[in-house]
Design a protein around this ligand. Sequence first.
Ligand SMILES: Cc1ncc(COP(=O)(O)O)c(C=O)c1O
Length: 440
Amino acid sequence: MNEISRPNDLDAFWMPYSDNRYFKSHPRMLARAEGMTYWTADGKEVLDGTSGLWCCNAGHGRKEITEAIQKQAAVMDFAPTFQLGHPIAFEAAARVAEVTPEGLDRVFFTNSGSESADTALKIALAYHRARGESQRVRLIGRERGYHGVGFGGMSVGGIGGNRKQFGAMLPYVDHLPHTHIPTMNAFSRGQPKYGVELAGRLEDLVALHGADTIAAVMVEPMAGSTGVLVPPKDYLQRLRQICDKYGILLIFDEVITGFGRLGTNFGSERLGVTPDILTMAKGLTNAAVPMGGVAVRNGIYDAIVGGAPDGIELFHGYTYSGHPLAAAAAIATLELHRAEDLPGRAKALEPYFEEAAHALRDLPNVIDIRNIGLVAGIEMAPRPGRPTARATDVFRKCFDDGLLIRTTGDIIALSPPLIAEKSHVDRMFGTLSDAIKAAA
Ligand SMILES: Cc1ncc(COP(=O)(O)O)c(C=O)c1O
């Protein structure tokens, strides 16, 4: 078939993380977006309760970002960053370093969260090798962790469903237990009270494997994709202490928690623990152009770069690392975050959002609600023998009623753009409440 245009043919696009067969027989097409709203191809308004996919933190269609991309595309579409540079990539890194935690001022650019996770793990391994500790090859993740879909992130990640189709994982990987304790922490607001001792399980892994074999521990400061697990009080502090005690690097995967989601630039600031390496993506460019990044403690950069013989210091990078259009989008996005104090807006709205979320507590089948920043997870009891079916019904009804939510298992996650107003919060939880009742 040589015809160029086959507008109604859905066959060719193999959709990611999707029920392709269902979608292609019941398509739901989003055609336009602005502010808090999507419009479907047939003109229906849909309130964005999920910032796209946890990424359009500044809301959709931001003119400042669009214009920055357009302008850069007209000046220079692409230039390599292997052994060459262009000013806007350096400017973007410097702007990112202004919002990362103090002392994490060196930024490696990637194109996605998955690439950021794998890059962070590789940097951790290279760091130990540069310091003469090449036996530190073990990587520790956590059950229910999500670090994207590369082999590194998938292996260190702890979601069985994401691994079982793919056979062997990376060797030398182990996992901490997850922190979900519904018997003790159900309906927590902010950080749950119980579970700090779960961080102590890192000591068990140290005893099992030997401290000097472990390169890094990677966790999400707040686990999003698995269905919103907020870290117990003092849990991250305890992980930090144990990592320091044994010379293990602590990596925070801040792909979701970065750029204002928890009411601060990064989750690390809100939760009071600074990692050695921090990954980011999504909100970095407001998702207008794909981009990710890894910020590292300056000493890590110095050890790898300063300690290398002449020539290339780190044999890693992507054709599009620091892509000019992504760099332009990142600079414009960071400027919006600063000018509009988007983290501050999220923080100001959090109490209202929290109340609205917890008001769903007595609805049928709701077994837990948890929240922090502008994130809420609402967990429902599964239909007997049919896990995920109830959440799928809620998702579909919400969409039909004009609200986009995200579901994982039977957990609903809400993470609206940080420009949300109280009226949006009311609409969001009103529509969701009706859908949960309808799915009883
Ligand atoms: C914590 C975390 N890490 C990594 C990723 C993967 O990002 P991407 O889909 O951009 O590869 C995600 C995506 O949701 C994430 O939440």
